[in-house]
Design a binder for this molecule. Structure first.
Ligand code: 1GP
Length: 258
Protein backbone atom coordinates (compact mmCIF):
# COMPACT_ATOMS: atom_id res chain seq x y z
CA UNK A 1 0.00 0.00 0.00
CA UNK A 2 1.40 3.39 -0.95
CA UNK A 3 1.20 6.16 1.61
CA UNK A 4 0.17 9.41 -0.01
CA UNK A 5 -0.20 11.80 2.87
CA UNK A 6 3.41 11.97 3.94
CA UNK A 7 3.85 15.68 3.38
CA UNK A 8 0.48 16.43 4.97
CA UNK A 9 1.87 15.00 8.19
CA UNK A 10 5.02 17.12 8.03
CA UNK A 11 2.85 20.16 7.50
CA UNK A 12 0.60 19.20 10.34
CA UNK A 13 3.66 19.08 12.59
CA UNK A 14 4.57 22.60 11.55
CA UNK A 15 1.04 23.90 12.00
CA UNK A 16 0.20 22.23 15.28
CA UNK A 17 3.56 22.26 17.03
CA UNK A 18 3.82 18.45 16.84
CA UNK A 19 7.35 17.12 16.48
CA UNK A 20 8.38 14.25 14.23
CA UNK A 21 11.30 11.89 14.60
CA UNK A 22 12.95 10.30 11.57
CA UNK A 23 15.51 7.50 11.59
CA UNK A 24 17.91 7.65 8.64
CA UNK A 25 18.93 4.30 7.23
CA UNK A 26 21.86 4.03 4.86
CA UNK A 27 21.31 0.67 3.13
CA UNK A 28 25.02 0.30 2.48
CA UNK A 29 26.07 0.90 6.05
CA UNK A 30 23.48 -0.88 8.15
CA UNK A 31 24.10 -4.58 8.44
CA UNK A 32 20.94 -6.49 7.63
CA UNK A 33 21.02 -8.30 10.94
CA UNK A 34 20.97 -4.95 12.69
CA UNK A 35 18.04 -3.61 10.67
CA UNK A 36 15.53 -5.87 12.37
CA UNK A 37 16.67 -4.53 15.75
CA UNK A 38 16.36 -0.94 14.46
CA UNK A 39 12.87 -1.66 13.11
CA UNK A 40 11.72 -3.32 16.28
CA UNK A 41 12.93 -0.40 18.39
CA UNK A 42 11.45 2.12 15.95
CA UNK A 43 7.98 0.58 16.06
CA UNK A 44 8.10 0.43 19.85
CA UNK A 45 9.29 4.04 20.14
CA UNK A 46 6.78 5.47 17.64
CA UNK A 47 9.29 6.65 15.03
CA UNK A 48 7.36 8.69 12.46
CA UNK A 49 9.31 7.99 9.26
CA UNK A 50 12.38 6.36 7.85
CA UNK A 51 14.56 8.27 5.45
CA UNK A 52 16.48 5.87 3.24
CA UNK A 53 19.62 7.01 1.51
CA UNK A 54 23.30 7.71 1.51
CA UNK A 55 25.93 9.15 -0.74
CA UNK A 56 26.96 5.87 -2.35
CA UNK A 57 24.00 3.50 -2.22
CA UNK A 58 23.74 0.93 -5.01
CA UNK A 59 20.30 0.01 -6.26
CA UNK A 60 20.15 -3.74 -5.74
CA UNK A 61 20.81 -3.21 -2.07
CA UNK A 62 18.27 -0.40 -1.89
CA UNK A 63 15.44 -2.54 -3.28
CA UNK A 64 16.36 -5.44 -1.06
CA UNK A 65 16.51 -3.33 2.10
CA UNK A 66 13.20 -1.59 1.33
CA UNK A 67 11.46 -4.88 0.62
CA UNK A 68 12.76 -6.42 3.84
CA UNK A 69 11.75 -3.36 5.85
CA UNK A 70 8.26 -3.31 4.40
CA UNK A 71 7.77 -6.91 5.40
CA UNK A 72 8.75 -6.10 8.96
CA UNK A 73 6.92 -2.82 9.72
CA UNK A 74 4.55 -0.13 8.46
CA UNK A 75 6.53 3.01 9.25
CA UNK A 76 6.53 5.09 6.01
CA UNK A 77 9.78 4.97 4.04
CA UNK A 78 10.92 8.10 2.24
CA UNK A 79 13.85 8.06 -0.16
CA UNK A 80 16.53 10.62 0.63
CA UNK A 81 18.57 10.13 -2.52
CA UNK A 82 22.28 10.85 -2.73
CA UNK A 83 22.06 10.65 -6.52
CA UNK A 84 19.52 10.09 -9.30
CA UNK A 85 20.14 6.33 -9.40
CA UNK A 86 18.67 5.91 -5.94
CA UNK A 87 15.13 5.37 -7.03
CA UNK A 88 12.91 2.52 -5.95
CA UNK A 89 9.18 2.12 -6.20
CA UNK A 90 9.28 0.03 -3.05
CA UNK A 91 9.44 3.20 -0.95
CA UNK A 92 6.43 5.41 -0.15
CA UNK A 93 7.81 8.81 -1.03
CA UNK A 94 10.86 10.73 -2.16
CA UNK A 95 12.48 13.94 -1.02
CA UNK A 96 12.93 15.78 -4.32
CA UNK A 97 15.97 17.69 -3.15
CA UNK A 98 17.23 20.93 -4.57
CA UNK A 99 20.57 21.83 -2.99
CA UNK A 100 19.77 25.50 -2.45
CA UNK A 101 22.79 26.21 -0.22
CA UNK A 102 25.10 25.37 -3.14
CA UNK A 103 25.68 26.77 -6.59
CA UNK A 104 25.99 23.48 -8.43
CA UNK A 105 23.38 23.80 -11.20
CA UNK A 106 23.15 20.03 -11.58
CA UNK A 107 21.94 19.64 -8.00
CA UNK A 108 19.70 22.70 -8.16
CA UNK A 109 17.80 21.58 -11.31
CA UNK A 110 19.92 19.40 -13.66
CA UNK A 111 19.38 15.96 -12.09
CA UNK A 112 15.74 16.82 -11.60
CA UNK A 113 15.20 17.22 -15.34
CA UNK A 114 16.69 13.77 -15.93
CA UNK A 115 14.59 12.03 -13.29
CA UNK A 116 11.34 13.95 -13.94
CA UNK A 117 9.84 11.48 -16.46
CA UNK A 118 10.48 8.56 -14.13
CA UNK A 119 9.06 10.33 -11.12
CA UNK A 120 6.02 11.58 -13.02
CA UNK A 121 4.78 8.03 -13.56
CA UNK A 122 5.98 6.65 -10.23
CA UNK A 123 3.66 5.75 -7.36
CA UNK A 124 5.94 7.66 -4.96
CA UNK A 125 4.75 10.79 -3.19
CA UNK A 126 7.20 13.44 -4.40
CA UNK A 127 8.05 16.06 -1.78
CA UNK A 128 9.87 19.16 -3.13
CA UNK A 129 12.53 19.94 -0.52
CA UNK A 130 15.02 22.79 -0.22
CA UNK A 131 18.19 21.09 0.98
CA UNK A 132 20.68 23.26 2.86
CA UNK A 133 24.10 22.01 3.88
CA UNK A 134 25.47 23.70 6.97
CA UNK A 135 29.12 23.41 7.95
CA UNK A 136 29.39 20.70 10.58
CA UNK A 137 33.10 21.03 11.38
CA UNK A 138 34.36 18.24 9.08
CA UNK A 139 34.16 17.49 5.38
CA UNK A 140 31.15 15.15 5.15
CA UNK A 141 30.43 12.76 2.27
CA UNK A 142 27.58 14.90 1.01
CA UNK A 143 29.77 18.00 0.95
CA UNK A 144 32.49 16.20 -0.99
CA UNK A 145 30.11 14.44 -3.37
CA UNK A 146 28.05 17.55 -4.09
CA UNK A 147 31.11 19.70 -4.72
CA UNK A 148 29.49 22.64 -2.95
CA UNK A 149 30.38 24.86 -0.02
CA UNK A 150 28.16 24.52 3.01
CA UNK A 151 26.74 27.61 4.71
CA UNK A 152 29.12 28.63 7.55
CA UNK A 153 27.76 27.45 10.88
CA UNK A 154 27.61 30.95 12.38
CA UNK A 155 25.90 32.64 9.43
CA UNK A 156 22.31 32.45 10.65
CA UNK A 157 21.32 35.31 8.36
CA UNK A 158 22.52 33.52 5.21
CA UNK A 159 20.69 30.36 6.30
CA UNK A 160 17.52 32.36 6.92
CA UNK A 161 17.61 34.14 3.55
CA UNK A 162 18.35 30.85 1.75
CA UNK A 163 15.38 29.16 3.43
CA UNK A 164 13.10 32.12 2.71
CA UNK A 165 14.13 32.07 -0.96
CA UNK A 166 13.43 28.33 -1.08
CA UNK A 167 9.96 28.87 0.35
CA UNK A 168 9.21 31.68 -2.09
CA UNK A 169 10.36 29.48 -4.98
CA UNK A 170 7.60 27.08 -3.96
CA UNK A 171 9.60 24.38 -2.19
CA UNK A 172 7.40 22.60 0.34
CA UNK A 173 9.88 22.12 3.17
CA UNK A 174 13.45 22.93 4.18
CA UNK A 175 16.00 20.33 5.27
CA UNK A 176 18.99 21.83 7.10
CA UNK A 177 21.72 19.22 7.30
CA UNK A 178 25.18 19.34 8.83
CA UNK A 179 25.84 16.06 6.96
CA UNK A 180 25.98 12.55 8.29
CA UNK A 181 28.54 12.19 11.05
CA UNK A 182 29.03 15.95 11.42
CA UNK A 183 31.29 16.91 14.29
CA UNK A 184 29.14 19.89 15.21
CA UNK A 185 25.39 19.63 14.77
CA UNK A 186 23.50 22.74 13.64
CA UNK A 187 23.24 25.39 16.35
CA UNK A 188 19.98 26.08 18.12
CA UNK A 189 20.44 29.73 17.26
CA UNK A 190 20.40 28.98 13.51
CA UNK A 191 17.40 26.65 13.88
CA UNK A 192 15.54 29.30 15.84
CA UNK A 193 16.31 32.00 13.28
CA UNK A 194 15.33 29.91 10.26
CA UNK A 195 12.18 28.38 11.73
CA UNK A 196 10.94 31.84 12.72
CA UNK A 197 11.29 33.09 9.14
CA UNK A 198 9.46 30.42 7.16
CA UNK A 199 5.97 28.95 7.13
CA UNK A 200 6.92 25.53 5.81
CA UNK A 201 8.22 22.55 7.80
CA UNK A 202 11.85 22.58 8.92
CA UNK A 203 13.78 19.30 9.03
CA UNK A 204 17.10 19.26 10.92
CA UNK A 205 19.80 16.58 10.95
CA UNK A 206 23.50 15.83 10.96
CA UNK A 207 25.60 14.90 13.98
CA UNK A 208 22.73 14.67 16.48
CA UNK A 209 23.81 11.95 18.88
CA UNK A 210 22.01 12.54 22.17
CA UNK A 211 18.39 12.88 23.30
CA UNK A 212 19.31 16.24 24.86
CA UNK A 213 20.50 17.72 21.57
CA UNK A 214 17.48 16.30 19.72
CA UNK A 215 15.15 17.89 22.29
CA UNK A 216 16.99 21.20 22.18
CA UNK A 217 16.73 21.31 18.38
CA UNK A 218 13.01 20.55 18.46
CA UNK A 219 12.53 23.20 21.12
CA UNK A 220 14.48 25.71 19.01
CA UNK A 221 11.99 25.23 16.16
CA UNK A 222 12.84 22.10 14.17
CA UNK A 223 9.62 20.33 13.21
CA UNK A 224 11.40 17.12 12.25
CA UNK A 225 14.60 15.66 13.69
CA UNK A 226 16.68 13.17 11.69
CA UNK A 227 19.23 10.82 13.28
CA UNK A 228 21.31 8.23 11.45
CA UNK A 229 24.87 7.63 12.55
CA UNK A 230 24.28 7.54 16.29
CA UNK A 231 21.52 4.98 15.84
CA UNK A 232 23.62 2.81 13.57
CA UNK A 233 26.09 2.64 16.43
CA UNK A 234 23.52 2.13 19.17
CA UNK A 235 19.93 1.25 18.17
CA UNK A 236 18.94 1.48 21.85
CA UNK A 237 19.12 5.27 21.49
CA UNK A 238 15.96 5.24 19.36
CA UNK A 239 13.64 5.05 22.35
CA UNK A 240 15.23 7.94 24.26
CA UNK A 241 15.56 10.22 21.23
CA UNK A 242 11.97 9.54 20.13
CA UNK A 243 10.75 10.37 23.61
CA UNK A 244 12.89 13.51 23.75
CA UNK A 245 11.62 14.78 20.39
CA UNK A 246 7.95 13.92 20.87
CA UNK A 247 7.90 15.48 24.34
CA UNK A 248 8.77 18.85 22.78
CA UNK A 249 5.38 19.05 21.05
CA UNK A 250 4.11 22.51 21.79
CA UNK A 251 2.08 25.38 20.47
CA UNK A 252 3.16 26.26 16.93
CA UNK A 253 5.81 28.95 16.84
CA UNK A 254 4.54 32.03 15.02
CA UNK A 255 6.60 33.03 12.01
CA UNK A 256 8.04 36.52 12.09
CA UNK A 257 6.81 36.80 8.48
CA UNK A 258 3.11 35.97 8.08
C1 1GP B 1 22.39 13.13 7.40
O1 1GP B 1 20.82 14.42 8.60
C2 1GP B 1 21.29 13.14 8.39
O2 1GP B 1 21.97 13.54 6.15
C3 1GP B 1 21.64 12.41 9.65
O3 1GP B 1 22.94 12.66 10.09
O4 1GP B 1 23.91 10.39 10.39
O5 1GP B 1 24.91 12.38 11.56
O6 1GP B 1 22.70 11.47 12.28
P1 1GP B 1 23.65 11.68 11.16
Amino acid sequence: MVNNNLYARFLEAKNTGGKKFVVLIDPDKVRLGKISKVLEMSVEAGVDYFFIGGSLVVNDMLDYVLKSMKEMCHIPMILFPGNSFQLSYKADGLLFLSLISGRNADLLIGKHVITAPFLKVSPLEIIPTGYMLIDGGIMTSVQYMSNTNPIPSNKDDIALCTAMAGEMLGLKQIYMDAGSGAKNPISESMINTVSGGINIPLIVGGGISTPEKAAANAKAGADVIVVGNAIEKDPMLIRDIAQAVHSQATQPKASAFQ
